[in-house]
Ligand binder design. Structure first.
Ligand code: FAD
Length: 323
């Protein structure tokens, strides 16, 4: 029987959305396959922090302040000890920036197989499958090590999990794992502003070169704010200097999994579409009726963004006023 350990990343005392999805998805699979799940979270938590986690199992919580910011070496020691004590054969980590830093450290420490972005199937299938080359090829891997570490983005963990069970939380003192004079991360600075990360947004309004300039993104900001979403961008828009790189979606940007993706003045190059394969509903606005983005869209509007987006904003305002 497999036993999984899920690393729960916290920010500001709350469990990150990616970690919540990862936990609930692993719980869902464990319930189907008779496997068990534990979790680990470090740093002080808000009283409601574990409120969105469902299913059975134990969450080990180290309250130490120094764990508020994820420091790979310290986390490695704690997680390795938990893996040994619990007899875990799989460790699941959300593919956030911190998760991507932690996973290879842990794989090296535990001599584990590291698998990123596996598609479907059981975590303990003999073969793990993963899309490569912008989703054009499905490659199969046979992990050799007895312990597997999975890095999972929201695309693998978006299905709803229905359970009334709640995990049991056990607090412990992590101070024995601290090493004197070790460098620990003491401060992190978020780039630019306090906007919600596009990786966690349920609604994304993205703009490409067809927006025509940096100023036009004000329209997308307004639409995104009315819908409670975030603004994303194609690489061309980023290369033009209209948006920061943190907004870029696609092969060399972020993979996103929103409920609604509105692509404005984006052609739909394969490298861009690679980042939104998990979007539930895609709406495309483009003046070229033959733009490839329409092949990937659920709804398409052929028109000029400078006319369509203001009309869209007006319609949303009307609906919101009636509420
Ligand atoms: C190795 C590699 C990695 C890459 N990684 C990424 C990545 O991560 N993300 C990414 O996005 N790209 C990536 N690219 C670039 C990608 O190939 C495309 O060049 C890029 O996505 C095009 O951006 P775009 O659609 O905004 O611009 P364009 O291709 O120039 O398209 C602009 C679109 O806007 C439409 N348009 C023009 N004016 C208007 C208007 N007034 N109203 C409505 N529509 C209008 C046009 O019809 C056109 O379809 C990568 C490329 C390579 C080689």
């Amino acid at each position: 029987m497999a036993h999984y350990l899920v690393f729960l990343e916290q920010r500001g005392g709350c469990i990150s959305k990616v970690s919540v999805d990862t936990w609930n998805r692993v719980q869902q699979q464990a319930a189907q396959e008779g496997e068990s799940v534990s979790g680990f979270v470090g740093g002080p938590l808000k009283p409601t922090a574990l409120g969105e986690l469902y299913g059975n199992g134990t969450i080990y919580h180290a309250q130490d302040e120094a764990l508020s910011l994820p420091s790979e070496t310290l986390l490695c020691r704690i997680l390795s000890a938990l893996v040994a004590e619990e007899g875990c054969t799989g460790i699941v980590i959300g593919a956030t920036a911190a998760g991507r830093r932690l996973a290879p450290y842990l794989a090296e420490t535990l001599h584990a197989s590291l698998l990123g972005g596996c598609a479907g199937g059981s975590l303990h299938s003999e073969l793990c499958r993963r899309y490569i080359y912008s989703g054009l090829v499905l490659a199969a891997y046979r992990p050799e090590a007895s312990i597997r570490i999975f890095l999972q983005g929201r695309e693998q963990s978006r299905r709803s999990f229905f359970s009334t069970d709640r995990p049991h939380c056990v607090s412990f003192d992590a101070s024995p794992f601290f090493v004197p004079h070790e460098n620990l991360l003491i401060r992190s600075v978020t780039s630019g502003n306090s906007r919600k990360s596009i990786a966690e947004s349920a609604i994304i309004v993205a703009g490409g070169r067809g927006m025509g300039g940096k100023d036009q993104f004000v329209l997308l900001e307004e639409l995104a704010s009315l819908l409670g979403g975030s603004v994303g961008a194609s690489r061309s828009a980023v290369d033009e200097g209209w948006r920061p790189h943190s907004d870029q979606i696609g092969q060399t940007g972020k993979a996103v999994a929103p409920d609604l993706y509105i692509a404005c003045g984006i052609s739909g190059a394969v490298q861009h579409l690679a980042g939104l394969s998990s979007a539930r509903t895609v709406v495309a606005v483009n003046s070229d009726p033959h733009a490839p983005v329409f092949d990937a869209a659920d709804y398409g509007i052929v028109g000029d963004v400078r006319e369509v987006i203001p009309a869209f904003i007006g319609a949303v305002k009307e609906v919101l006023q009636k509420k």
